[in-house]
Design a protein around this ligand. Structure first.
Ligand code: SF4
Length: 206
């Protein structure tokens, strides 16, 4: 399998919709809606802060990570270095509130795996900060979460190695998808335009 570095954000996109993940990361298609715009503004505010040290904790923002062994690259919103305990704690900012799925934790765990590879340390905890409820939730990065994260990384690598954008699977998630106008799941699913969409995106429609 041809393995390339995948962006940590691809894990979230893959869990949301495999087609959306392929459109964004394989075909570089991007379109913003109010959800993505709000999320981007939040991350820009967080990422642009200056590094600082308070009460024995160093706060580094917008930390770029590259970890070839695990196969990931990306940018952390915030990395805390607790000097006394020598702990590194990634903190990810989210615009919404905690989700039913574990995907936010998976993204955080992927960040931790990168830090572990780059700094040769163990990262046992991270935190998710949710803008909508203004709350920080500490997350234990246990073996179960690590296994799930590595499994998702492998699945995304396989998707990218196939170099093939999956057909749309229309669902409730399409309403929140910023690419719905480009993907056109109704058209692609229900009429003869699938050939046009296929040609447009160089996709396979089964
Ligand atoms: S519109 Fe639906 S099927 Fe198409 S990329 Fe978005 S979530 Fe996936």
């Amino acid at each position: 399998m041809d393995v390339r570095l995948i962006n940590i954000s691809a894990l979230q996109h893959f869990a949301f919709c495999q087609r959306q993940c392929a459109l964004i990361h394989l075909e570089q298609v991007w379109q913003e809606n109010y959800l993505t715009a709000h999320g981007r503004q939040l991350h820009e505010r967080v990422d642009n802060g200056e590094p600082e040290t308070r009460k024995g904790v160093r706060f580094e923002r917008g930390v770029v990570v590259t970890a070839p062994q695990i196969g990931l690259t990306g940018k952390l919103d915030l990395l805390e270095h607790h000097k006394l305990s020598r702990q590194f704690v990634p903190v990810e900012y989210k615009r919404g509130k905690p989700k039913a799925s574990d995907i936010d934790k998976v993204q955080l765990c992927a960040q931790a795996l990168c830090i572990e590879e780059m700094l040769a340390v163990e990262v046992s905890n991270g935190a998710l900060w949710y803008w909508q409820i203004r709350k920080r939730i500490d997350i234990k990065l246990d073996n179960q979460l690590r296994t799930r994260t590595k499994s998702l990384i492998t699945q995304v690598q396989q998707l990218f190695a196939n170099v093939k954008t999956p057909s749309p699977v229309k669902g409730k998630h399409c309403k929140a998808c910023s690419l719905v106008d480009i993907c056109q799941p109704d058209v692609t699913n229900n009429d003869g335009s699938s050939g046009y969409i296929t040609a447009l995106f160089n996709t396979d429609v089964e």
